[in-house]
Structures are given as structure tokens and as C-alpha cells.
Write a protein that binds this ligand. Structure first.
Ligand SMILES: Cc1cc2nc3c(=O)[nH]c(=O)nc-3n(C[C@H](O)[C@H](O)[C@H](O)COP(=O)(O)OP(=O)(O)OC[C@H]3O[C@@H](n4cnc5c(N)ncnc54)[C@H](O)[C@@H]3O)c2cc1C
Length: 536
């Protein structure tokens, strides 16, 4: 695929860039501009807490990219690699789509940031995170599940563990989420008859001396007072050192028994951007790609970046803040700058005055700092809702949110438990003779154990190995560059056990017996490393 302009990322920066550019280019933009994103929706992250607290439906906070950025060609898929020298990127769109190579003349990096919890032992395995709609639905389902289980439990210790919720991080996301969780649980608990005497604990842990460092000490202290008055426990100047499935350990030797931890810390630079900069010697600031004020990368006028993954200088600072407010404005200007650049005009530098910040802390209370003035309480909460309603893209969404918020004022929150069962790590797969498991060159996603039947591995037309019942295949690609070296086809009706890449790697790391098994009866070596036998 060949496109003049590729926008990588469909968040605030990417989607607004695409929308503005499509307007500037007019009808021809659909042939010239492509937007690539992992999901086919733009997520309005500032409202995710409202979804977790069941004030809003998940569909209220997403916007289909094809509707939002009409006029650009949208492709859903994960960008696996970017080759700046050849101006190409590799797109992995799913199980049934082969790797797609996309050529571009201009590339916009708008990939946002990622969550990395690996610095705290146990945190990646045992805590929930908050990045997209799936995460908040999981959190909401977890809260309801804990209430359901506690309602059945007679052991007081287990009861208390199930009803203790720890939120790590006292910034915006942490405070908003903890406030929503407290509201939701306090409203839902009376519906569980056996929990009448149970104590519900929501504990907010903040490493600094006050909450909400983004809006200053006085509003942070105000939020703390309000949340404490509603029954929240707040631990200031406290760091989480590690966690297990049942306990969180703090730096002062203290620990709390809990079954649910939500981490709102651990924002990290996007690994694709970090790797790209490392490989091409591009300057970074805290892992974000450094750009000129026009959002072009120095020396590469065709490479642009905006939003959380970019360090766009502003005033005397090396980077503007990583917030939706800045990402949206950068995206809009970047769209205009691209159009200017295509017309051989000079792009304009980015400038935006921070309008302020606001956080809703639940129970119709918020704190806000707007144009230097500070507000708190109901008035701030009303302003918070009005501003976000205004900012929400699309009239249809605005109306739906208005209706949901109005209903929320008069009716109880919805405690329906709706979440698909988690994906199985091991799956049985039935194959008829001639069915293809994978083709050479396709992205490798699994390791396979043959339960019954026979699967043949080929390189081109040559038979490399016949895998019989009890044997396995697929490990070489997972160990190598993630691409299948052979094709695999059922030689007779067969049943496979498919093991996800993650489960395979965990097993291999944990078990010597498993490693020995792989060594003893592995797949053939990579094609270039051995002589091939002709297919009989
Ligand atoms: C829970 C939460 C609450 C927040 N609240 C606020 C708030 O109240 N106010 C505020 O100003 N900011 C808030 N933020 C921060 C704000 O959401 C971000 O600053 C903003 O989203 C950054 O925009 P972006 O376009 O740079 O990145 P994002 O919006 O994160 O978009 C990144 C895009 O890149 C795509 N992508 C990533 N990797 C790949 C890949 N390999 N291949 C293809 N696509 C990829 C993603 O799918 C996504 O479409 C909040 C963030 C969170 C998580």
C-alpha cells in the first residue's frame, strides 16, 4: 500500500490531525491520507472514570474513527515496525491478515504513551490498569464480582480482603477513579443483603505530600478533606514497594490485605517511538521524540510528531504537558501544517496557553483551576461536566451523555455484570485435511501441541517435518523474529492445542522440564541453517 501521508495513532493528536487535514485537502484526501490505529475508535480518556463508576455507558466515551475523520482512509491494525530509511511501516492487522507493508511520503507519529508497571514487583501481574475502555469495564466487573463473592462469604478475613480496594497514584486519574469507585460501591453495597455490617474500604495511596499535584496544594488538600469525609482512606508520602495476589506492601514496612489494586501510575514512553529514535539516532526527551515547534523532526521535514509521544517545545520548556488538551491542539495545527507543507508554504509553530485543569472527585464535587482561578465543590463539578460535554466530539455523543448524566441524577447506578469470559490461554483447534495453520512469513502468535492427527511443515513445496500426535511446533518463530519460517498444514483430520505466545514464554521461563522438551524434540532449524529434504 502506498500513501502520501500516514498518521500513526487515532487518539487525540492523530484523530484531530486527520480531521483537520481532510478538511484542508478536500475530496482528494481519501486517496492521499491514511490513519492507522490499534482500535477503530477514538477513546475520550478523560471520561473513563465515569464509565468505571457506571455514570456513563462505554459507548458514550468512544467515537468511531471512520465517522470522526471522514475523508481519510482508516486502517485498524498494530504498527509493528517503522523503517524510516525506506519510508515504510509494517502493519499487523490480525489473525487472518498477513503483514501489510505501507509506504509513505509523510509520517505523523501520534502513538501516545503506554503503561509500564514493571518497576514494582508484582504490580504487572496483580493490578488493574486504566488506559482504554476494556480496562475500565474490567475494573467495573471486578468491583461487582467482589461484592457478589463477599455476599456469599462467611469467613470475615476473606470478606474484608474482598471489600478492600487500593488505588495507587494520587494524580488526576487516581483521584477521579477512587472517587468514582467509592460512589459506585457505596451505592451498590446496600443491594447486597449479607453485607449490611461489612466495612467497605477504598484506600488511595499517593507518594507525594498532597493529592492532585497538577492543581496545587490548596485544591489537593480540599480534595483530600472531601474524600476523607466520604469515608475514603488516604495514605500520603507512601510508596508501594511490591504486591502479591492478596497483599500490598508499602515503604514504611506496612502492608494491607486486598484482592483488588488499581494502578494509575507507570505512564511510560511508547516503545515503538523509543526504538525508532534509538535506531535512527533521533533526539528524545524523557522517551518522547523531540520535534521543532512546527512538530517536524529536525533534519527530516517529512517526519512529524504530536501528543504524548512527542516533545514539542513550548515557551521555555522542552516539552508541552502530556494532556488531552495539548494533544488535541497539536493535532489540529499539525493537520494545517501538513496541508501548508504540501502547498510548499511554511508551517507555523505550536503555541497554546494552558487553559487550566479540572478533576471530578465524585459525589457531585470537583476541583478546578481555570485561567489561574481556583474553584471547588458543586460549582466546579458543574463546570467540569459542562466543559467535558462541550469537548466531547460529535453531537450524537453529546446528547447521549447529557441523557445519561441526567438519568444518573435520579436513578441508581447499573450493577449488571457484563463481561465476556477471558480469552483461554490454551485452546483446542480442530483441523480437516488441507487446513492451513499458518503460512510462511505470517506473524507468529502461538505455540502448538498436536493432540491427534498429523500436521506437515513445509518450506515452499518441500516437506520439512511431519509432526505427529504428542509432538509440537511453532516455537522457532516465537523465539526468533516473530515470523513463521514454514507453512503448516493438516495432513489428515487433526486436533491441535494452541498455546498463546505469552503463556508459552511464561512456561519456558519457569520450567526447565519444558525447556528440555523443546530441545529434545524441537522444530527443524531455520531454513538457511540446514539442508532441505525434497518432499516425497
Ligand atoms: C484514565 C485517563 C484519564 C485522563 N484524564 C485526562 C484529563 O482529564 N485531562 C487531560 O487533558 N488528559 C487526560 N488524560 C491524558 C490524555 O488522555 C492523553 O494526554 C491524550 O490521550 C494523549 O493523546 P495522544 O493522541 O497523544 O495519545 P492517545 O490518545 O493515547 O492515542 C494514541 C493512539 O495510538 C494508537 N496506537 C498506539 N500504539 C499503536 C501501534 N503500535 N499501532 C497502531 N496504533 C497504535 C492507540 O490505539 C491510540 O489510538 C487521561 C489519560 C488517562 C489514561
Amino acid at each position: 500500500m502506498k500513501l502520501e501521508i500516514v498518521i500513526a495513532g487515532g487518539g487525540f493528536a492523530g484523530a484531530y490531525c486527520a480531521k483537520t487535514l481532510a478538511r484542508a485537502l478536500g475530496r482528494e484526501s481519501i486517496q492521499r491520507v491514511g490513519l492507522i490505529a490499534e482500535q477503530n475508535v477514538m477513546v475520550f480518556q478523560p471520561m473513563l472514570a465515569e464509565v468505571a463508576g457506571a455514570s456513563l455507558s462505554p459507548l458514550d466515551v468512544v467515537n468511531p474513527l471512520r465517522q470522526f475523520c471522514r475523508g481519510v482512509n482508516v486502517f485498524r491494525g498494530q504498527i509493528a515496525e517503522v523503517d524510516l530509511a525506506r519510508r515504510r511501516l509494517m502493519l499487523d492487522a490480525g489473525r487472518f491478515t498477513k503483514n501489510t507493508e505501507v509506504e509513505f511520503e509523510h509520517l505523523v507519529l501520534a502513538l501516545g504513551s503506554v503503561v509500564d508497571l514493571s518497576r514494582v514487583p508484582g504490580m504487572p501481574e496483580h493490578s488493574l490498569v486504566l488506559k482504554n475502555v476494556g480496562d475500565v469495564l474490567r475494573l467495573r466487573a471486578t468491583m461487582i464480582n467482589r461484592l457478589e463473592e463477599a455476599n456469599l462469604e462467611s469467613d470475615r478475613d476473606v470478606w474484608q480482603r474482598l471489600l478492600t480496594f487500593v488505588v495507587v497514584g494520587g494524580g488526576y486519574s487516581g483521584v477521579e477513579m477512587a472517587g468514582q469507585m467509592l460512589d459506585f460501591m457505596q451505592e451498590a453495597k446496600p443491594l447486597y443483603h449479607n453485607l449490611a455490617k461489612a466495612q467497605l474500604r477504598v484506600i488511595l495511596v499517593q507518594s507525594g505530600p498532597h493529592l492532585l499535584p497538577e492543581v496545587g496544594k490548596s485544591l489537593g488538600c480540599y480534595a483530600e478533606r472531601k474524600l476523607r469525609a466520604r469515608g475514603m482512606e488516604i495514605k500520603l508520602n507512601t510508596r508501594v514497594m511490591s504486591m502479591t495476589a492478596s497483599r500490598v506492601f508499602f515503604d514504611k514496612g506496612e502492608s494491607i490485605e486486598t484482592a483488588t489494586v488499581l494502578s494509575t501510575v507507570g505512564n511510560a514512553p511508547h516503545p515503538l517511538v523509543v526504538e525508532l529514535c534509538r535506531r535512527h539516532g533521533l533526539e528524545t526527551y524523557k522517551g518522547r521524540i523531540v520535534t521543532e515547534r512546527t512538530m517536524q523532526v529536525k533534519g527530516r521535514e517529512w517526519l512529524w510528531a504530536a501528543g504524548d509521544c512527542a516533545a514539542v517545545p513550548m515557551d521555555d520548556k522542552p516539552a508541552s504537558p502530556p494532556t488531552a488538551q495539548f494533544a488535541e491542539r497539536q493535532g489540529k495545527l499539525l493537520g494545517k501544517n501538513l496541508a501548508r507543507s504540501l502547498r510548499q508554504e511554511k508551517p507555523k509553530p505550536f503555541f497554546h496557553r494552558n487553559l487550566g485543569q479540572m478533576a471530578s472527585i465524585g459525589h457531585h464535587v470537583a476541583v478546578a483551576e481555570i485561567l489561574g482561578m481556583r474553584f471547588s465543590g458543586f460549582i466546579a463539578w458543574w463546570m467540569w461536566r459542562t466543559v467535558y460535554l462541550f469537548k466531547l466530539p460529535g453531537l450524537q455523543r453529546k446528547l447521549k451523555v447529557m441523557v445519561d448524566w441526567t438519568m444518573d441524577l435520579f436513578f441508581p447506578r447499573d450493577i449488571s455484570l457484563l463481561l465476556p469470559a477471558p480469552t483461554e490461554l490454551l485452546q483446542e483447534v480442530h483441523l480437516e485435511k488441507g487446513d492451513v495453520v499458518f503460512n510462511t512469513g505470517e506473524p507468529a502468535k502461538s505455540f502448538y501441541i498436536l493432540k491427534e492427527g498429523r500436521v506437515d511443515l513445509f518450506e515452499g513445496d518441500r516437506l520439512v517435518k511431519s509432526v505427529m500426535a504428542g509432538q509440537h511446533f511453532g516455537e522457532r518463530a516465537l523465539e526468533g523474529d516473530g515470523v513463521a519460517y514454514f507453512s503448516a498444514m493438516a495432513a489428515e483430520p487433526s486436533t491441535l492445542v494452541s498455546v498463546s505466545e505469552k503463556a508459552y514464554k511464561t512456561l519456558r521461563e519457569a520450567s526447565e522440564a519444558f525447556r528440555n522438551l523443546l530441545e529434545a524434540d524441537g522444530e527443524p532449524e531455520r531454513p538457511e541453517a540446514r539442508e532441505l529434504e525434497p518432499r516425497s
